[in-house]
Design a protein around this ligand. Structure first.
Ligand code: 3EB
Length: 339
């Protein structure tokens, strides 16, 4: 066997599939590394779930991740995880208490999991924060979270600035702080959006500690595929929120940002990455805006595109009170990363 063949086998394949909640419950749950459920009761989903109402015609679904080979499942502190020796899927939550402290606690357990299981590189994180825009002790809760998160990254030696993982931070009406994540053995490539200031470089006006995420992560997913994991993306240009009060214009600006991220990724891979193929989640602050957001996204992507067809719409808060919509998602395509 040639050396090239054995090197190619090093990266196990991660496959992701958006399934109906019924298909997940009927059997996928037992063979998957993990899943992230939308529109399912947190206690009965049997996996990590976003505790927020679906909008429009969206049906309950699960973004399921499948590895290859035998799975190992376990618990480290508050983190429940599963891995196949190449990719690790985990989720954790903490019910009540100070958000800065809880963020530190959960992230320390995440990093302990990654170190112990030998899959040290975070690819993508989902952060769900109850009452994200409320203030206490003179500071917005999202900003409290950012302090605890950044400190935990720095303390663990993880990239807290350039090279941070892709992420989103979504506000829920109730429940505790919940994290959901995917990690692997190889470091992904962190991408920035040339239209936006890196979030880890936001000025102090947005809080005492900057958010810890990159605009996207680009990775070899194994099995001959490349994956682009796009962070929560909103109507921000430079570091400023734009089109205040205009949900349609905010949606169009969000699409422009998504296109810029896809273009940045496209320059680094032979895989054909298209926004129209994005498996996305659309967060809408006010339920009454869902139809307008759906309309703008369909106009931008084509109503018949896979992105428009598969999109799941959720009512949730977004990390800045003036932002009305946010879109995140992933797209996998055959190809390789370019040096
Ligand atoms: C922004 O661009 C919008 O704190 O993890 C998007 C993605 C946002 C991730 C996070 C926040 C986060 O700043 C908010």
């Amino acid at each position: 066997m040639s050396a090239a063949v054995s090197t190619a086998a090093v990266q196990g394949a991660l496959r992701v599939q958006r399934l109906s909640l019924d298909a997940w419950r009927a059997g996928a749950a037992s063979s998957a590394l993990g899943g992230l459920a939308y529109g399912a009761d947190t206690d009965t989903a049997g996996t990590g779930a976003l505790d927020a109402p679906l909008l429009g015609g969206s049906r309950a679904c699960v973004d399921a991740a499948f590895g290859s080979g035998a799975l190992q499942r376990g618990r480290t502190g508050l983190v429940s995880w599963a891995h196949d020796g190449h990719w690790l899927h985990g989720h954790a939550h903490i019910d009540s208490g100070d958000l800065e402290h809880n963020a530190g606690h959960l992230y320390r357990d995440v990093f302990a999991t990654l170190q112990q299981q030998g899959m040290p590189h975070l690819l993508r994180l989902w952060n769900y924060l109850p009452r994200i825009n409320e203030h206490s002790q003179g500071l917005e809760r999202y900003r409290q979270f950012n302090i605890g998160r950044q400190r935990a990254f720095i303390d663990s030696g993880a990239a807290a600035f350039e090279g941070a993982p892709a992420a989103c931070a979504i506000g829920t009406a109730h429940g505790g702080l919940a994290l959901h994540f995917i990690a692997g053995r190889q470091p992904p490539r962190a991408l920035e959006n040339p239209r936006q200031v890196p979030a880890w470089r936001y000025p102090r006006a947005y809080g005492p500690r900057a958010p810890t995420f990159s605009r996207a992560a680009l990775a070899d997913m194994g099995g001959g595929e490349v994956g682009l994991w796009i962070s929560g993306t909103a109507s921000i240009v430079g570091h400023q929120s734009v089109h205040l009060g205009d949900v349609r214009a905010q949606t169009r600006e969000t699409v422009a940002n998504l296109r810029a991220v896809v273009a940045a990724a496209q320059s680094q891979t032979s895989a054909a990455l298209a926004l129209e193929q994005l498996q996305c989640c659309v967060y809408v602050r006010h339920a009454a805006d869902a139809a307008a957001v759906c309309d703008e996204l369909s106009a931008a992507w084509g109503a018949g595109s896979p992105a428009a067809q598969a999109a799941v719409f959720v009512q949730a808060d977004i990390c800045r009170a003036e932002l009305l919509v946010e879109v995140e998602g992933h797209v996998l395509a055959p190809g390789r990363l370019r040096g």
